[in-house]
Design a protein around this ligand. Structure first.
Ligand SMILES: [Zn+2]
Length: 292
């Protein structure tokens, strides 16, 4: 239990936060028949078995019995004493969805699997890609080996350690009286707006990143920056750190590269925005809830 963690506008249970999951590097000893969850990905799509129209995670054994090559496997930890594994399946063989199984992108999982399984799937794909990207030492090129008792790869030649990379990014909801600042990137689908976000630079604090990103992307100053909550964002390895802030001064000016349009929107003027499953959607929902 983490009774002191208050996440504004996010009244979540332990289960939804994934607090029932216990990360480990070495599996505890168990009978071979013990229950397992296998998060097996093919091109970042998760394998689920179809049981009379209901999709569920396969066990390690069920995945092993399928006619598909397993490229790599990592133990992740325990969810209520069920051992969880990440896996990468060979993507070269054509395997479409059929009556027995299907492959699903991460964003679909919230509607298919119960909490906290979609969250663990995000962790699994992150670990799977780390496993793939650290087969060789980034410093000297030798083959790496798994380090004992720690989630790391070690180079036997030069000793270099490769930990899973997490790229922190800030996201900030900016309010000006009864309006919210929304902006769109040229990469968004047509009509979609969101709030300001960007990666934390090396050597920079998170709060500096908030002020800098807002200044760079829309040219305004902000005040009263407050922490809101965070969300792992495995596309491919981010952690989104959410804030609220108030407008201080300046005129909106967009750079035309990262942002091609931005403006102040009243609650009843809000265009298409990200879903509530993302922290951007939750922050905008938080604004709407306080202006109704
Ligand atoms: Zn090396």
């Amino acid at each position: 239990m983490y009774p002191d963690i208050t996440l504004q506008a996010m009244n979540k249970e332990d289960n939804d936060l994934g607090l029932d999951f216990f990360p480990l590097v070495i599996p505890p000893y168990k009978e071979e028949s013990s229950e397992t969850y296998c998060f097996a990905f093919r091109d970042r799509r998760l394998l689920l078995l179809n049981e009379n129209g209901n999709f569920r995670l396969p066990s390690l054994e069920e995945t092993g019995n399928m006619d598909i090559t397993i490229l790599r496997q990592q133990y992740l930890g325990e969810l209520k004493s069920i051992s969880c594994f990440s896996m990468e399946l060979d993507g070269s063989k054509d395997m479409g969805n059929n009556d027995n199984f299907g492959f699903f992108v991460l964003r679909e999982l919230g509607a298919i699997l119960q909490a906290p399984l979609p969250l663990i799937a995000g962790k699994a794909v992150h670990i799977m890609e780390w496993d793939k990207n650290t087969m060789f030492c980034g410093r000297c090129g030798s083959s790496t080996s798994l380090k004992e008792n720690e989630r790391a790869k070690q180079c036997p030649e030069c000793g270099f350690l490769a930990f899973p990379k997490i790229s922190p990014a800030i996201i900030v909801l900016i309010e000006k009286e009864d309006k919210v600042l929304l902006a769109r990137s040229p990469n968004f689908r047509p009509g979609l707006y969101s709030i300001i976000a960007g990666f934390v630079e090396p050597g920079e604090s998170i709060e500096q990143a908030v002020v800098r990103e807002v200044r760079e992307e829309v040219g305004i100053s902000i005040k009263n920056v407050r922490y809101f909550g965070s969300q792992p964002w495995p596309y491919p390895d981010s952690l989104m750190i959410g804030f609220t802030a108030e407008f201080l001064e300046g005129e909106i000016q967009v750079d035309g590269i990262e942002i091609d349009n931005a403006g102040w929107f009243r609650k009843d003027e809000i265009p298409a925005i990200p879903g509530i499953d993302s922290i951007s959607g939750q922050l905008i929902e938080y604004f709407i809830s306080r202006h109704s």
